[in-house]
Design a protein around this ligand. Structure first.
Ligand code: ADP
Length: 219
């Protein structure tokens, strides 16, 4: 299902950044916060921004929250308000409700009340930064499952000028280069004779262990 309209409850650091980015991407965003200053700040950025207490069912009804494809509860510090707003959005029939959690316990409660997706911004960013700090070539990664990952690795100088046949990560470690992003454009499903240059980005798929071994060999 394609999401077009978002309602964001809580315009703190996370909610406001999310709202700004969704607007940049061309989506419609209604922002809700009980703090008038926060709403003022974003009133010219978001499609609409209203001052309201999202723990009051009537308020959410009157702003038409149920008509939105996706609701994001971006309240962190006030856990009670976060949980109440999440339940209300679910009960109103918002198709997808995403909520930010500040702790494991907060996340567990959100899960129990039926939230569709939980985001742990600080915890997840801490994990990502740790991976990037210990692996200088690692630009970004997506965990496909507990075992499998897709990683974006910067091509270091030692691989510059080498073909995929020379580097041979599949034969040596079991992981595969599925794309090479070059300044001129991206090569999808590269072949053995394709050559890497420094600062190209390799997109590698494999198990965590295979990718780690490959990274160590080039890092
Ligand atoms: P962040 O860490 O992303 O800044 P905060 O928890 O500090 O998150 O901010 C959450 C925002 O949610 C604040 O701007 C606060 O005014 C707003 N907020 C908290 N409770 C409610 C509520 N019941 N209704 C609407 N907005 C709320």
């Amino acid at each position: 299902m394609k999401m077009n309209q978002f309602v964001i409850i809580g315009l703190g650091r996370f909610g406001s950044s999310l709202g700004r980015e969704l607007i940049k991407l061309g989506y419609e965003v209604l922002g809700v916060d009980r703090d008038e200053e926060k709403v003022q700040e974003l009133s010219h950025v978001l499609t609409h921004a209203v001052v309201a207490d999202a723990t009051e069912e009537e308020v959410l009804r009157s702003i038409g929250a149920r008509n939105f494809d996706c609701g994001v509860v971006a309240i962190g510090d006030d856990i009670q308000a976060s949980i109440l707003a999440t339940i209300l959005l679910k009960d109103l029939g918002v198709k997808k409700v995403v909520a930010k959690a500040v702790s494991d316990l907060h996340g567990r409660v959100l899960e129990r009340v039926g939230v569709d997706r939980i985001i742990y911004p600080e915890r997840d960013m801490g994990v990502r930064v740790a991976h990037q700090l210990v692996s200088p070539n690692l630009l970004d990664y997506i965990e496909l499952s507990k075992q499998y990952t897709i990683a974006e690795l910067a091509v270091p100088q030692c691989l510059s000028g080498k073909s995929l046949d020379d580097v041979n990560p599949r034969g040596r470690f079991g992981c595969s280069i599925v794309a090479i992003n070059k300044p001129k454009g991206i090569i999808i499903a590269p072949v053995a004779k394709d050559v890497l240059s420094q600062d190209d980005v390799m997109v590698v798929i494999g198990t965590n262990y295979q990718i780690e071994q490959f990274q160590h060999s080039i890092g």
